[in-house]
Write a protein that binds this ligand. Structure first.
Ligand code: C2O
Ligand code: CU
Ligand code: CU
Length: 488
């Protein structure tokens, strides 16, 4: 891939009206938590259906020709429960794929063997504060953190990654991330492609120095734009030419990039057949020409690969036609015996639509502005991240539903993620871009430049402090993150 083809975000820099005098706080990475709380000890003997040990360690991978790349990597081990719940990816810098079932009681024992503090967050899972991997609960090197939770989420494609304050972007860039697939009986009963025809695709870009080492933030510009690479990796591997038997496939795609938004399309102009998003299946499949796909979003596609699809590629198109070039993300070559072709079921699931009239603030959405300031760089409403401090707007009552509105009047995409139970998008007023994913249950909503999005969210199961932030991880680490508090 030529370097030129890969640069597709020229619209961004020119439209930033404020370049902050950026303060790069010097933090001691071993002591990032101002109020370290001990790992929760199990209070009463409880039966867990599955217990997993997770490790984060220094590692290395052969990603480019020549020197190996030093990485940080998750690994795991099933202590109790079926061994096949952990799948290790070959030749990958990513952590293993974890599989959990809805309703299961899970215990995870996380051992931090990194040279700095960290904590794992289960992205998209609705779990208690102490199991959420809030930066507040980051542990130091050689410490252990125990997570205990029940899987409340629907079947879907979720993921896990570190969440220490100020270091998330760096740690994810080092390789710390993995997929978390949740299954439930409803989804299992559907006639969808399974086994080798159900495939994860984690898209990440990386930048390297001249010694083949990952090169994270180098400049204030990197902080403002987020770190984007000039090399693409799929599932933590440089292999982007896949030989697949002809047949129907379910592609579970995660944008695991720190900062890059893609504009997904198929190379031959066929539509993208979407069956699922962040929080699992849609009611029925929906066709898209293109999908603006922000960091941390998931989309599940169905695709038929025929013997004749010799040049099929999943691509990213320029955001604005004519500005930048299309590049291939994954090339697919049909090869070997045909496997099963599956007709998409007409009905996939039922999604209970949240009723805006039942929101506590039906008349007046809480508005959050995505703005850069001189002092803090990218922020929400101009505030920096203040652990444990919330405004009245950031205080929500357990058992209620609220309408939140995010507004992006600047020139960069911001994928906004809210911890806790998933939300639904009520309304989007688009700037010049169409193709953002607003269907079904979401936990990330992408705001392209000029977009305003109204969403509805329940504060359903757990009290405590959770976070909402931009999932451009450099923005998150800068200031584009806040706590919200769910109270009784
Ligand atoms: Cu995927 Cu708060 O994160
Ligand atoms: Cu999350
Ligand atoms: Cu952002």
């Amino acid at each position: 891939m030529k370097r030129r083809e890969f640069i597709q975000f020229g619209l961004v820099a020119s439209s930033l009206s404020v370049v902050p005098r950026f303060l790069y706080a010097s933090t001691d990475h071993n002591h990032p938590a101002p109020h370290p709380s001990p790992a929760p000890a199990p209070t009463e003997p409880q039966e867990f259906d599955i217990e997993i040990e997770m490790f984060a360690r220094e590692s290395e991978a052969q990603l480019l020709a020549g020197a190996k790349t030093k990485t940080w990597k998750y690994s795991g081990r099933v202590v109790k429960g079926p061994q096949e719940r952990i799948t290790v990816l070959d030749n990958s810098y990513l952590g293993p794929i974890l599989k959990l079932k809805k309703g299961e009681k899970v215990r995870v024992i996380f051992k931090n063997e990194l040279p700095e503090a960290s904590i794992i967050h289960w992205h998209g899972l609705d779990v208690p504060h102490l199991a959420d991997g809030h930066p507040h609960n980051a542990i130091r090197p050689n410490e252990t953190y125990v997570y205990e939770f029940e899987v409340l989420n629907r079947a879907g494609t979720y993921w896990y990654h570190p969440h220490p304050h100020g270091r998330t972007g760096f740690q994810v860039f080092q390789g710390l991330a993995g997929l978390l697939i949740i299954e439930d009986s409803e989804e299992q009963s559907l006639k969808l492609p399974r086994g080798t025809q159900d495939i994860p695709i984690v898209i990440q870009d990386r930048r390297f120095d001249e010694n083949n080492q990952f090169q994270h933030v180098q400049s204030p510009h990197d902080h403002m734009m987020g770190v984007m690479g000039n090399k693409l990796f799929i599932n933590g591997s440089a292999d982007r030419e896949w030989k697949l038997n002809p047949g129907s496939y379910r592609l579970r795609i995660l944008n695991g990039s720190n900062a890059r938004t893609y504009n997904l399309k198929w190379s031959d102009g066929r539509k993208l057949t979407v069956i699922g998003v962040d929080g699992g299946l849609l009611e029925a499949s929906v066709e898209y020409e293109n999908i603006f796909f922000g960091p941390a979003e998931r989309v599940e596609l169905l695709v038929d690969i025929k013997e004749t699809d010799l040049d099929l590629a999943l691509q990213s198109a320029p955001f604005v036609a004519g500005r930048g070039q299309t590049f291939n993300i994954l090339n697919i070559k049909p090869e070997g015996e045909a496997k099963e072709f599956v007709t998409t079921p007409n009905k996939l699931t039922v999604i209970e639509k949240l009723n805006p009239k039942e929101a506590a603030n039906y008349e007046s959405a809480k508005v959050f502005e995505l703005i850069p300031t001189r002092e803090h760089g990218w922020t929400i409403d101009g505030h920096p991240y203040e652990m444990g401090i919330v405004t009245e707007k950031e205080t929500c009552k357990l058992g209620t539903t609220e309408i939140w509105q995010f507004e992006n009047n600047f020139g960069m995409p911001h994928p906004i993620h809210i911890h806790g139970s998933p939300f639904q998008v009520l309304e989007r007023i688009s700037g010049q871009f169409s193709g953002c994913m607003d269907l079904g249950w979401k936990d990330v909503v992408l705001l392209m430049p000029g977009d305003k999005v109204k969403l509805i969210k329940q504060f359903k199961n757990f009290t405590g402090d959770f976070i909402y932030h931009c999932h451009n991880l450099e923005h998150e680490d800068m200031s584009m993150m806040r706590d919200f508090r769910v109270i009784l």
